[in-house]
Design a protein around this ligand. Structure first.
Ligand SMILES: Nc1ncnc2c1ncn2[C@@H]1O[C@H](COP(=O)(O)OP(=O)(O)O)[C@@H](O)[C@H]1O
Ligand SMILES: C[C@@](O)(CCOP(=O)(O)O)CC(=O)O
Ligand SMILES: [Mg+2]
Length: 415
C-alpha cells in the first residue's frame, strides 16, 4: 500500500445507556456530524523507524525497527491473529515499550496503536502516523473509539487486509474495522461495550446490545430525528477506564442493588429507541422524561460529578430542558434535550451562562452523520502540501473542518 493515506471517523453521543451497555443492556448512540478524528499516514523521514505524532495529547514518539523486531521475536505468531480478547503474550511483550509512558494519556494511545500495528502490519518501518481531532479528548464523546477506528481502517489497508483502491468500503471491510477498533478500545479502557467503535465505524444512530456470548446485536435507527439539544463540555478531565472500573467495583460490592438499576437503564434505552424512531409532539415529553431518569440512574452508579450537576441545575432552574451526562461521566460532557417551548434567546442565555460563568464549552452539532471513511490516495498525494499543515499542533478544529469535514470540506470522502 503506497503512502500517504488519510482516514477519518466521527465521535458519538450516547443518548441512553452508557455504562449499562458494558453489562449487556441495550443502549442508543448517534454519531456527531461535525466532531471527527483524522489520521494521516505518511512516509517517516527516517526509513528505520515508526513514528507517532499525536499533537492533541502532546505526544511525539519514534520506535526503531530493532526495538519492534525484538518485540515481534518474543511473540508467538498466534498472538497476533484476530480475536475478541486481547492476547496476553502480545500485551506483555509491548510492556517494555509502554512502561516509560505509564500513568499518562500517552500510554493508552500508544498501547492502542502498537497492539494493532503489530497485529496488522508486523514490523514495517518508515511510516509516520499523525492524528488530529476536532473532538474534545477524554470528554465522553468517543475520541478513543474514533482514534481506534481511524487506525483500524488505515492499518487494515497498510497491512494488505483491506482493498487498496478507491471503492466504497464493503460490508466485510466495515466489519473488519469494527472488530479491530473494538480491540483498540480494549487497549484504551479494558472492557468497552463496543457501542462507541460501532457508531464511529458505521455512523448514523444505533440501538446496540452486547450479548453475554460476546456477540453484538445492533439496529440502525434509520429515521433518527434531529433532536434539539445542547452538548456541554465541563472541561473536567476524567478517564473512561477509571470510571468503568469504578462501576464494576460497585456492582461487585452491591450486586443486588445494582442489578435492577442496570436493567432499568436497559429498559430506558429500548423505550427511548422506540420513541426516537417515531418521534412526535405527543411523545416528546416521554423522551424528556427518559433523559431525566437515565441521568438519575447514572448518579446512582456514582459517575456524575458536581460539574455535571451544575449543567443540570442551570438547565432546570432556567426551565430550558432535560439534562443527562453522556459518555463515561466523572466530568466531560452532558447533553440537554431542549424543551419544546424553549425560546432561542433562552437557549443562548443558557449557553452563555455555562460558557462565561463556568468556562464550559457548548457545541451545536447535528447527529447521525457518516461513519469512517478515507480520501482517495492520489488525491491526498496531489494535495499533500495543503493537507499536511492541518495536522500540525497549531491547527484548530475549525481549520480541520473547513478542509476535511465530509460533505462540506474540499474533498470527496469514500465511505
Ligand atoms: N486525537 C487524539 N490523539 C491522541 N490520542 C487520542 C486522541 N483521541 C483519543 N485519544 C486517546 O483516547 C484517550 C481518551 O479516551 P477516553 O478516556 O475513552 O475518552 P473519550 O473516548 O470519551 O474521549 C486518550 O487518553 C488518548 O489516549
Ligand atoms: C461508559 C461507556 O458506556 C461509554 C464510554 O464512552 P466515552 O469513552 O466516555 O466516550 C463505556 C462503553 O460503552 O464502552
Ligand atoms: Mg472513549
Amino acid at each position: 500500500m503506497s503512502l500517504p493515506l488519510l482516514t477519518s471517523a466521527p465521535g458519538k453521543v450516547i443518548i441512553f445507556g452508557e455504562h449499562s451497555a458494558v453489562f449487556n443492556e441495550p443502549a442508543v448512540a448517534a454519531s456527531v456530524s461535525a466532531l471527527r478524528t483524522y489520521l494521516l499516514v505518511s512516509a517517516a523521514q527516517d526509513p528505520k523507524v515508526v513514528e507517532l505524532d499525536f499533537p492533541d495529547i502532546k505526544f511525539d514518539k519514534q520506535w526503531s525497527g530493532e526495538a519492534l523486531a525484538t518485540i515481534a521475536a518474543g511473540v508467538q505468531p498466534e498472538a497476533v491473529t484476530d480475536s475478541r480478547e486481547l492476547n496476553a503474550d502480545l500485551s506483555n511483550a509491548l510492556e517494555s515499550l509502554l512502561q516509560p509512558l505509564s500513568g499518562s494519556l500517552h500510554y493508552q494511545a500508544a498501547y492502542c496503536f502498537l497492539y494493532m500495528y503489530f497485529s496488522l502490519c508486523g514490523t514495517r518501518t518508515g511510516v509516520k502516523f499523525t492524528v488530529k481531532s476536532s473532538l474534545p479528548i477524554g470528554a465522553g464523546l468517543g475520541s478513543s473509539a474514533s482514534l481506534a477506528v481511524c487506525l483500524a481502517l488505515a492499518l487494515g489497508k497498510l497491512g494488505g487486509h483491506l482493498k487498496h483502491g478507491t471503492e466504497s468500503l464493503t460490508k466485510e471491510e466495515l466489519a473488519f474495522v469494527n472488530k479491530w477498533s473494538f480491540i483498540g478500545e480494549k487497549c484504551i479502557h479494558g472492557t468497552p461495550s463496543g457501542i462507541d467503535n460501532m457508531v464511529a465505524t458505521y455512523g448514523s444512530a444505533v440501538l446496540f446490545q452486547r450479548l453475554p456470548s460476546g456477540e453484538t446485536k445492533s439496529e440502525q435507527i434509520l429515521s433518527f430525528p434531529q433532536i434539539p439539544m445542547v452538548l456541554t463540555n465541563t472541561r473536567i478531565p476524567r478517564s473512561t477506564k477509571v470510571l468503568v472500573a469504578g462501576v464494576k467495583d460497585l456492582i461487585v460490592r452491591q450486586p443486588e442493588v445494582m442489578k435492577p438499576i442496570l436493567e432499568s437503564m436497559g429498559v430506558v434505552a429500548s423505550s427511548g429507541a422506540q420513541i426516537l424512531s417515531q418521534l412526535t409532539d405527543a411523545n416528546y415529553e416521554s423522551l424528556c422524561e427518559l433523559v431525566r431518569v437515565n441521568h438519575g440512574l447514572l448518579v446512582a452508579l456514582g459517575v456524575s460529578h458536581p460539574g455535571l450537576e451544575l449543567i443540570k441545575s442551570v438547565g432546570d432552574s432556567m426551565n430550558i430542558g432535560h439534562t443527562k451526562l453522556t459518555g463515561a461521566g466523572g466530568g466531560g460532557c452532558a447533553l440537554t434535550l431542549l424543551s419544546r417551548g424553549a425560546r432561542p434567546e433562552e437557549v443562548e442565555k443558557f449557553k452563555r451562562t455555562l460558557e462565561s460563568e463556568h468556562n464550559y464549552k457548548t457545541y451545536t452539532t447535528g447527529l447521525g452523520g457518516p461513519g469512517c471513511g478515507y480520501i482517495a490516495p492520489e488525491l491526498v498525494q496531489q494535495n499533500f502540501s495543503s493537507i499536511e499543515p492541518l495536522f500540525r499542533k497549531d491547527s484548530t478544529a475549525s481549520d480541520l473542518n473547513k478542509v476535511l469535514l465530509p460533505s462540506s470540506g474540499s474533498f470527496q470522502w469514500i465511505h
